[in-house]
Design a binder for this molecule. Structure first.
Ligand SMILES: Nc1nc2c(c(=O)[nH]1)N[C@H]1C(S)=C(S)[C@@H](COP(=O)(O)OP(=O)(O)OC[C@H]3O[C@@H](n4cnc5c(N)ncnc54)[C@H](O)[C@@H]3O)O[C@H]1N2
Ligand code: MOO
Ligand SMILES: [Mg+2]
Length: 400
C-alpha cells in the first residue's frame, strides 16, 4: 500500500497537457491564463488628474500667487490645455490628462471660484499634489500577469485595459463523474428500504462547480458488461474520469478489472489513509486519467479535495495553493497506521490563530456531519496520539 504523499506524486506526474485556446476577454473570468499580459502603455498612460479642481504651476504658488485666472475648463478625455502664463490655471476634472505647463492640482474644496478666477484658500500645498504620474504604477512592456495565473476580476481588468479583446487561456478538462452501485437510485425516485438515493456524483460535480469547472454526471449499475460499454464511450469524450464506488473487496466491486479490461493501466490501488483506503488510480492508453474513489461519501469528498483538485491545478499549470495549517482543539487517538483525515470546523481565536474543532461522526459513511465541517485535518500515519495545541495541515472544504 502506498502513502498519501506517494499517491499525490503519482497523480501530479500524470497531469494532462490539454493545450490552450482563445477566448473573448469578457468571458475569461475563472479561466487560467496561457499567455503573458504586458502593459501596452505606461500605467497610467498620462499624468492623470486625481481630483476635480484647478491645475496650476507650483512655482507661481511658491512665489505667493493665490488668485489664478481660469483659462479653460478641461474634461477627462479632452486634449490637454496649456496655460498662457504662470498666473493662469485650468479647471480640470478627475481622469483628465494634464498638460506639461502645469504640475499641481488643488481640489474644489480648497478654492473659491469667482468671476473667471480661482482663489486658493490654503497656506501650503505640495508640488505635484492631486496628480497620478505617467508610468508610476507600471512601465510600458512590464509584465502584469503570467501564464498559470487565474483570471480573477482584477486580472480581467488588466487584460481589458491593455486592449486584449481576445485572450489565450488553458483549455479546461472535460470531466465526467460516475457513481456506481445497484443500491443507488435516482434522486427523484422513491427508495425501497434497502436502497439509497445517489449523492456522491452530485457532490463531486458541485465541488468542481464551486471552483468554476463543469462536469457531467453518469451512473453505472454493478454490471461489468454495462460498465465496459458505457465507460469505453466515456474515454472518447472525456479528459478526466472520476468514479465513485465499486473499488473495494466486495463480490460486486468490478471496477478495477473492468478498467484494466478497457486498457487503463493501474498506477495504484489502495492508499494508507482513512477515509478512502481502496482508492484506485490509473491512466487509459489514450492518456485519460481515471480517479476511482471508494464509494463512501466522506471518502469521495476527501479524495476530490486531496487528489483531484491538485491534479486539476497541475493540469492547468496553476501553482498549487500554499498549504494551510491549524491548531487542534482537542486530544484524540487514531491507532491504525494510516494517514487520518478528520472533518473539522475551523475558527480564528482571539490570538488570531486558526483553530480546528474535530466534528465527531460515524466514519466515512456519515455524510450528515460533512455539512457542519469546513476542512479536513490531516494527521500523520506514524502517530497514535494527537494533542490539543498541536498544529497539522488542513484542507478547506465547503467554501463558496
Ligand atoms: N473487506 C473489505 N471491505 C471493505 C474494505 C476493505 O478494505 N475490505 N474497505 C472499506 C472501505 S474503507 C470503503 S471506503 C468502502 C469502499 O467501497 P467501494 O468503493 O467498493 O464502494 P461501494 O461498495 O460501491 O459503496 C460503499 C458505500 O458507499 C455508498 N455509495 C456508493 N455510491 C454512492 C452514491 N452515489 N451516493 C451515496 N452513497 C453511495 C454505498 O451505498 C455503500 O454504502 O468499502 C469498505 N469495505
Ligand atoms: O476508505 Mo473508507 O475508510 O470507509 O472511506
Ligand atoms: Mg464495495
Amino acid at each position: 500500500m502506498i502513502t498519501v504523499e506517494q499517491a499525490e506524486q503519482i497523480i501530479l506526474e500524470n497531469r494532462s497537457d490539454l493545450g490552450a485556446e482563445i477566448t473573448l476577454f469578457d468571458t475569461s473570468a475563472g479561466r487560467v491564463l496561457a499567455e503573458t499580459i504586458r502593459a501596452d502603455r505606461d500605467m497610467p498612460p498620462y499624468n492623470r488628474v486625481m481630483v476635480d479642481g484647478i491645475a496650476i504651476k507650483y512655482s507661481a504658488f511658491e512665489r505667493g500667487v493665490r488668485i489664478f485666472k481660469i483659462k479653460a475648463v478641461q474634461a477627462a478625455g479632452a486634449i490637454p490645455v496649456e496655460i498662457g502664463g504662470d498666473e493662469e490655471c485650468i479647471e480640470i476634472m478627475t481622469g483628465a490628462a494634464m498638460s506639461k505647463s502645469v504640475d499641481t492640482v488643488i481640489r474644489y474644496e480648497d478654492i473659491t471660484i469667482g468671476e473667471g478666477e480661482a482663489i486658493i484658500n490654503l497656506a501650503t500645498i505640495e508640488k505635484g499634489q492631486g496628480l497620478h504620474l505617467k508610468g508610476a504604477d507600471r512601465k510600458q512592456g512590464d509584465v502584469l500577469a503570467v501564464p498559470g495565473q487565474l483570471i480573477t476580476p482584477a486580472v480581467l481588468s488588466l487584460i481589458a485595459s491593455v486592449g486584449e479583446a481576445e485572450v489565450r487561456v488553458k483549455k479546461v478538462p472535460r470531466i465526467v463523474v460516475i457513481s456506481t452501485g445497484d443500491e443507488v437510485i435516482e434522486v427523484h425516485k422513491h427508495p425501497t428500504p434497502f436502497q439509497i438515493r445517489r449523492s456522491n456524483n452530485y457532490t463531486a460535480q458541485a465541488t468542481l462547480k464551486t471552483l468554476g469547472y463543469e462536469a457531467s454526471v453518469l451512473h453505472l449499475p454493478d454490471d461489468p458488461e454495462v460498465m465496459r460499454n458505457q465507460l469505453s464511450q466515456c474515454f472518447q469524450y472525456s479528459d478526466a474520469i472520476i468514479l465513485a464506488g465499486g473499488v473495494s473487496a466486495g463480490k460486486f466491486d468490478y471496477l478495477p478489472q473492468v478498467l484494466i479490461d478497457l486498457g487503463v493501466e493501474q498506477l495504484f490501488h489502495k492508499v494508507a489513509q482513512r477515509p478512502g483506503k481502496p482508492f484506485w488510480f490509473g491512466k487509459h492508453c489514450n492518456g485519460v486519467p481515471v480517479f476511482a474513489f471508494p464509494g463512501n461519501p466522506v471518502a469521495v469528498y476527501l479524495c476530490m479535495h486531496r487528489y483531484f483538485i491538485p491534479w486539476l491545478y497541475a493540469t492547468l499549470d496553476q501553482p498549487q495553493p500554499a498549504p494551510v495549517y491549524a491548531m487542534l482543539n482537542n486530544d484524540l487517538e487514531f491507532k491504525p497506521e494510516l494517514k487520518y483525515f478528520l472533518q473539522v470546523k475551523l475558527f480564528v481565536n482571539q490570538q488570531a490563530q486558526l483553530v480546528a474543532e474535530p466534528i465527531a461522526g460515524n466514519g466515512s459513511g456519515d455524510f450528515a456531519n460533512l455539512a457542519d465541517a469546513n476542512a479536513f485535518m490531516e494527521f500523520p500515519a506514524d502517530k497514535v496520539l494527537f494533542n490539543k495545541g498541536e498544529v497539522y495541515r488542513v484542507h478547506l472544504i465547503n467554501s463558496l
